[in-house]
Design a protein around this ligand. Sequence first.
Ligand code: NAD
Length: 469
Amino acid sequence: MSGFLEQVNTAFDRAAGFTKHDPTLLEQIKACNAVYYMSFPLKRDDGSIEVIHAWRAEHSQHKSPTKGGIRYSMGVSDDEVMALAALMTYKCAIVDVPFGGAKGGVRIDRRNYSEGELERVTRRYTYELVRKRFIGPGIDVPAPDYGTSSKEMAWIADTYASLSDGEIDALACVTAKPLAQGGIRGRTEATGLGVFYGLREVCNSAAEMSRLGMSPGLEGKRIVVQGLGNVGYHAAKFLQDAGAIIVGIAEYRAALSNPAGLDVEAVNAWRIEHGTVIGFPDATGIPNTLDGLELDCDILIPAALEHQITVENAPRIKAKIVAEAANGPTTAAAETILEERGVLILPDIWLNAGGVIVSYFEWLKNLSHVRFGRMEKRYEEGAYRRMLSAIEKSTGTKFPEDEARAITEGASEQDLVYSGLEESMSAAYQQLCVIRERHVERGISLRTAAFINAIDKVARSYSDMGIFP
Ligand code: NAD
């Protein structure tokens, strides 16, 4: 199997063939601008010393800052961070978030480290990034990814702020922070919620559903999710709340199935309590977790890691839609097999953009130093109240108080974040559909449409800067 970066570049080249951009410009867009590899010693709790290997890749500075998560996983390598950083550049362009792409990673399995050890690793990693100017509100802004969460982001923000000597925007150096440390409501669930909005948009398209021989709407759709972490859990939860049936969950070391539906909340509570989904009642256990991907379902959502759908298992995937919540879960060769079988792939560079969209809102909040909705909420409520009372006077009907409250309530920070996320996911999907339609005679995939969209937008930035014609 070829490397992750090579797979991303293959998808890029395929899409570039549909554009008329100068080859040198395409070469610049594709190139990874900078990669910083570091190693440092970690003193373990037992007194022994271990050498930690870590990376940060900044793929493109056509917009500043660069943006992308930090993952803690044994699979981290220069190839992986460069591939993921490139995906971030294209993802930001597709959803009109004005950042370049970046990604970082530390090669550790977090399960083997105490909280104190993880804190020492995170703070030292941040220190190294500061030293080399690979972090900063206007330089490069990390976020969580596989194996990290708001806790690590809090350590990063604190370390950066303590080294930044009173920089007023210091908190904007990282996103997905806890609320009390400059975070934003809605960031934790943002990627999963974006997956939900994206899938809902696709499933509500009568044309898309009729091509797949499915009925429109999410209700009753049978879904399998791989990875019940931040992204997978929230996506599954929102989908279940909307009436979809979660018939399978594939987790680390085992999968679960129940054609009548698994209770996502209950499975998650079990996983947290026991450290595994194994033993969960009301489900059939599947010892080889990868087999879970082959369960009978309408939609498969890989939400764990890259390279999960390969030439080996692609012929046996039963889903009609593969919704890429994870980055790079489908290999290029597997994609060809799925497409030949008429499976619709919703590409990662659009579908899992919810995290970076809401991170953008958090960054804006940090730079403006004011919570979204703070200035206008009460004003809006007053205006709606006056409008409602004019309607009541002219019609002679009084609205019940709970209904009146629902109509007149001003938008909270979370309402605004959800609304901005929904609009961004939906607008981006419409753009991809227009591009796909433009090349209908060549039958291009949504992934190729997404790459064409990204290439065109990044190319425009370079020509606006006067660097390329
Ligand atoms: P996470 O660490 O919160 O969750 C990952 C989950 O996958 C864990 O529950 C883990 O036990 C499970 N898992 C690990 N190996 C597995 C395997 N072989 N089979 C099944 N399950 C397995 O990570 P996350 O933040 O949810 O990220 C998941 C994916 O989504 C990654 O590809 C990441 O790059 C992508 N992503 C994350 C975000 C974000 O905001 N967190 C944004 C965009 C994309």
